[in-house]
Design a protein around this ligand. Structure first.
Ligand code: SF4
Ligand code: SF4
Length: 408
């Protein structure tokens, strides 16, 4: 095992962040993990306190005189609390000291990985699979674009989806692993490509050449796997000379729109589909005319909302559909409760993921809405499973599913 070091790669601003906590406990009130697991060690404030304690034992005066004296047990307790967090950024949003907690959690996780402690054993298989198969579930690469072939054969889309490596186009639709492989979620991709067909957009997908964006490895601290995926994707998109890359997954979008920019310059635009669809609506290429009489509520995905501040675009699309009544949950926009799937929690702590999803479904039920709408296949998957588990009356939808009903 490599020498243990939590201080490695921490910048002066990270250290200032760590010591800036004012102990106001505002984060206790909003952390969605603490809502379902009431152990104080999980709260951002306690994590920062425990981190300072470890850093002192690793680098303080006594450590310089007598050597580091961090006990293995202390590291493992901290590790478990550090990973039981969906990196949802809710704590950053409410922190009066402005501590960039998600960035900090990810850096410390990376140090846990380089010290040989992280990620959790259940999370290691995800990274291995991404390195070997370019997706987290050991699925064959050749199956990645099959949803598009099936959808055309079944008459669900009006034109075959083009392979952009063979038929060059300016717009690349990056489908993402969840919408490509999960048969219950491919609906999102099918609706989006048909919306682009209706709008007359020339676009293509990568099919078997699409590679996982590396979001989960980055969130769990496996920077090497993330960087490998980032460089491969940036180089491929650059070689294809695309102008715009559009994403349906909020996690892929956050990763490419923000984290990739720290690796390499991106010579193309990165847009989430809500931004792209709204542009098409503004240009009158998509005009929602048919009535969709539904009372809905909208779940802001953390990576789209808090991480990218895209709160209004999905609401703008939904409320332009005739017949739609949008009712907000008590926690929405910057206070949206995380569904619990992100940050490695889904693989690392399934019962915590489930309990968080269940709370979000209860938030949605409280509004009296008929349907729960979101704009991320990963949230969609988690909420769909939660609705089944809880036997909720709600139906889960993606923004694209409602829009296509109105424009078709
Ligand atoms: S990022 Fe989210 S889950 Fe993690 S500590 Fe902050 S509020 Fe809690
Ligand atoms: S909200 Fe910020 S300042 Fe307040 S206890 Fe939490 S981490 Fe510390």
């Amino acid at each position: 095992m490599a020498e243990f070091s939590l201080s490695e790669n921490l910048s002066i601003s990270d250290l200032l962040n760590i010591s800036a906590c004012a102990s106001c406990r505002e984060c206790y009130l909003y952390c969605p993990v603490y809502d379902v697991d009431r152990r104080r060690a999980l709260t951002p404030r306690e994590k920062l306190k425990n981190l300072i304690s470890i850093l002192k034992k690793e680098r303080g005066l006594l450590a310089s005189l007598f050597g580091p004296r961090v006990k293995d047990e202390e590291i493992k307790d901290f590790l478990s609390a550090l990973y039981e967090c969906s990196v949802c950024a809710q704590c950053r949003e409410v922190c009066p000291a402005g501590i960039d907690t998600p960035k900090l959690w990810e850096r410390i996780r990376a140090n846990m990985v380089s010290s040989g402690y992280g990620p959790l054993p259940q999370q290691k298989t995800i990274s291995q699979s991404i390195r070997n198969y370019d997706n987290p579930w050991m699925q064959p690469r050749g199956m990645r674009g099959k949803w598009a072939e099936r959808a055309f054969k079944e008459g669900r889309i009006s034109r075959p989806v083009q392979d952009i490596t063979k038929n060059r186009a300016k717009v690349l639709y990056y489908v993402g692993c969840t919408a490509s492989y999960d048969q219950n979620i491919t609906e999102v991709a099918i609706n989006f490509v048909e919306l682009m067909n209706i709008a007359g957009i020339e676009f293509g997908i990568l099919g078997p050449r699409e590679k996982c964006c590396g979001s989960t490895p980055l969130r769990i601290g496996d920077y090497a796997t993330f960087e490998q995926q980032a460089i491969a994707n940036i180089d491929l998109f650059t070689e294809l000379k695309v102008d715009t890359v559009v994403f349906s997954c909020s996690g892929c979008f956050k990763t490419m729109n923000q984290d990739y920019r720290e690796v390499k310059r991106l010579p193309f635009r990165t847009l989430h589909l809500v931004q792209f669809l709204l542009e098409l609506m503004e240009e009158k290429k998509l005009v929602p005319l048919k009535e969709v009489p539904l009372k809905i509520t909208y779940h802001d995905p953390c990576h789209l909302g808090r991480h990218n501040k895209l709160y209004e675009e999905p609401r703008e699309i939904l409320t332009r559909i005739p017949g739609i009544e949008l009712v907000e949950m008590k926690r929405s926009r910057e206070f949206s409760r995380c569904c619990g799937a992100g940050g490695g929690v889904k693989a690392g702590f399934p019962p915590i993921n489930n309990a968080m999803t269940d709370m979000r479904i209860e938030d949605a039920e409280e509004t009296g809405a008929d349907e729960l709408v979101t704009a991320c296949p990963f949230c969609y998957q988690s909420l769909q499973l939660g609705i089944q588990r809880k036997n909720s009356y709600l139906k889960i939808r993606d923004v694209t599913e409602l829009l296509i009903r109105s424009v078709k």
